[in-house]
Design a protein around this ligand. Structure first.
Ligand code: HEM
Length: 153
């Protein structure tokens, strides 16, 4: 019985270490821009869960600050897809990406102002605007992965 328990314990430790290695590997597979996006994604989801709840506004502002910082960092990076665009179109591609990201940052800032003013209902509409900008940004500038929904995260 004792031995069984030990074996079970060893299997659990092994399984746990495999899970953590797999997630570290997933993180390493991400591009520098992908890492900024992942950080934005976590904050964006948190904002979505509580944007209509004024009692959570302090935390909502913290999450929006995380989004703003990562979006500004994303502005200095270039999408992986650029290399797949013909050389003559690359400047236009990068300019379009930067314009999209600047528009996104401006909407995040508008949303911050609405939350600061306690206008949560207005903020909900702006959140939907961000979703649209995310969809467009991904459709245009992100490499489509096999099986991924168009524009999805
Ligand atoms: C709420 C807004 C957004 C969220 C939550 C979001 C989330 C994500 C996520 C989760 C990924 C995959 C990261 C990975 O695992 O590799 C990604 C990739 C990407 N996103 Fe976004 N995104 C947002 C807005 C945008 C916008 C506005 C643009 C462009 C203007 C954009 C462009 C890209 C690109 C180009 C990639 C691929 C990474 C690369 O090429 O290196 N995203 N995004």
């Amino acid at each position: 019985m004792h031995l069984r328990l030990r074996q079970f314990g060893a299997v659990c430790v092994l399984a746990l270490s495999m899970v953590s290695t797999a997630s570290a590997q997933q993180d390493e597979d991400k591009t520098p821009l992908g890492k900024k996006m992942s950080a934005m994604n976590t904050a964006f989801k948190a904002v979505g869960r509580q944007i209509d709840d004024a009692s959570k506004n302090a935390n909502t502002l913290e999450q929006l600050a995380i989004m703003e910082t990562n979006a500004k960092a994303a502005l200095t990076l270039e999408p992986e897809k650029k290399a797949k665009v013909p050389a003559g179109d690359q400047a236009k591609f990068t300019a379009g990406y930067q314009a999209g990201m600047k528009e996104f940052i401006a909407t995040v800032q508008k949303l911050q102002a609405a939350i600061k003013a306690g206008k949560n209902a207005d903020a909900v509409a702006m959140y939907d605007e961000l979703k649209g900008q995310q969809r467009e940004g991904h459709k245009e500038y992100r490499i489509k992965k096999a099986g991924a929904p168009p524009g999805g995260n």
